[in-house]
Structure formats: C-alpha cells, structure tokens
Ligand binder design. Structure first.
Ligand SMILES: [Zn+2]
Length: 167
C-alpha cells in the first residue's frame, strides 16, 4: 500500500536483504517446556535472581550463573558467559533470542536498570517469583531503540506464538 512500484524496489525488497546481527526474524513459540525450565531455574535460586539465555530456535535454554555482587537485587552475565552463549548460538546456526532473569517478590515488569541495560532487538524475559513460586515468564523487547519496552501481550506466553521482528 502506497509503496513505490519500480522494478528496482521489488528486486531489493524483502527477504533477500541481509539483517544486522543480533536481530531475529520469524515466529517463535515459547513452549511449556521452555517456560517450565525458566521457572524451575528461578525457583531454584530464589530469593536470588536467576539469569539465562534463550536461542532463536525457541527451544534452547542456557541457564547461566548470576555474576552480580548482590544476586538478591540484580543480575549480571559475565563476559565469559556472554561469549559462551554467542558461541553456542553460532555452533547451532542460531541467534541469541534474548535473556531471561527473575524478579524475586518483584513486579513482572522491566526495572529501570533492565531498560537501561537491554539490547535492542533482543527479547527480555522476566520471571516473577512470588514467595518462591515462579509465574509464567513475560517477554519484552525494545522496538528499534525508539520506543520503550513493549509487552508482548497480557496473555500468558506459555505456548503462545509471538513474532520477533527486525529493525
Ligand atoms: Zn529485572
């Protein structure tokens, strides 16, 4: 609609264009297994925060060690672990879809520091834990860096397809 219709535009548009690294396209389903893996991790380390990665197959969860000085009020991925995650993704021909972490007895929303430290184009999964019981993860992302976090939806994400878009 309203797009220019020249042959050149048609040739260069769409799927053949290379995407910057770190941006993932396609539809990924957060399966019950993935949701349960994140929740179990969050409950295991409660009342500390957990952290881990999810690769772009939507299935590969990589639980990581929380390297923050105070694990009860924050999370940190060590440089070594961050590199290991990138390598694990490369080895599988995948991208890093995003990172998850938990909010022990906190809100199911990104904190100020979550927003400040987020990587545009990657998903941020937050697992709220209430009195040691983890809820279904919620997903957030920065939309091209121009908008604040956009919740993926108010419905539980478990087994619900969601779209990951490029810039
Ligand atoms: Zn957080």
């Amino acid at each position: 609609m309203g797009q220019p219709h020249s042959p050149e535009a048609a040739e260069t548009a769409g799927e053949t264009r290379a995407r910057p690294r770190g941006f993932v396209s396609g539809v990924v389903t957060l399966t019950p297994e993935v949701s349960n893996t994140m929740r179990a991790h969050a409950e295991r380390v409660f009342p500390e925060e957990c952290v881990g990665a999810l690769l772009s197959d939507g299935l590969t969860v990589l639980p990581l060690e929380n390297a923050a000085p105070n694990r009860r009020s924050g999370f940190l991925v060590s440089a070594r672990d961050g590199l290991a995650v990138e390598r694990a993704a490369d080895a599988r021909g995948l991208e890093v879809l995003g990172y998850y972490h938990s909010h022990p007895d906190g809100p199911a929303q990104p904190s100020v520091s979550d927003v400040a430290n987020a990587t545009p184009g990657r998903w941020l999964f937050i697992v709220r834990v209430v009195s040691g019981v983890a809820e279904t993860p919620r997903a957030f992302r920065l939309d091209g860096g121009a908008c604040p976090f956009i919740p993926s939806g108010d419905e539980p994400l478990c087994a619900q397809p969601f779209r990951v878009t490029g810039p």
